[in-house]
Design a protein around this ligand. Structure first.
Ligand code: TYD
Length: 135
């Protein structure tokens, strides 16, 4: 599970003069079953989110409105990904440290997750994450 496993995935887009439509089906458009959906919104300018890694959780992040950046870090390499479209998203595999910043006003960050919320699945300390990742 490294940075190269994290990638942008294109979603189906049904073009329609009445308004476009995009959908996601579990296990078919993203590589895991969805057990939880949450979204982050009303983010004040200059704010940062994330700052943690997950032990076993798979996630898929979509900019439903506005834009923001996700910085991915596997302890060796870092990659900054800009999200600004609601017809694609970023898949993040387990054991990747992530930080979200550069939120535009009125942005909405939707996250599909493979499990229910479990604080025990988090690394919130970077040194602990690095130790688990590489020792
Ligand atoms: P956290 O995952 O640290 O937020 P972010 O990665 O967006 O910065 O979660 C922030 C708080 O919200 C934390 O106290 C746990 C709580 N929370 C839930 O109760 N359920 C959830 O599904 C999520 C994602 C967070």
């Amino acid at each position: 599970m490294s940075l190269s496993d994290c990638r942008m995935l294109e979603l189906p887009k049904i073009h329609d003069p009445r308004g476009n439509l995009t959908f996601i089906e579990s296990d078919s458009h993203i590589p895991f079953g969805i057990e939880r959906v949450y979204w982050v919104y009303d983010v004040p300018g200059g704010s940062e989110r994330g700052g943690h890694a997950h032990k076993g959780l798979h996630q898929f992040i979509v900019a439903m409105s506005g834009s923001f950046d996700v910085v991915l870090d596997d302890g060796k390499d870092k990659k900054r990904v800009h999200l600004s479209r609601s017809y694609n998203g970023l898949y993040i595999c387990p054991m990747i440290w992530r930080e979200l910043d550069n939120f535009s006003s009125n942005s909405v960050c939707m996250v599909l997750a493979s499990s229910k919320y479990d604080e025990a699945d988090y690394f919130r300390d970077y040194a602990e994450f690095m130790k688990a990742r590489w020792s």
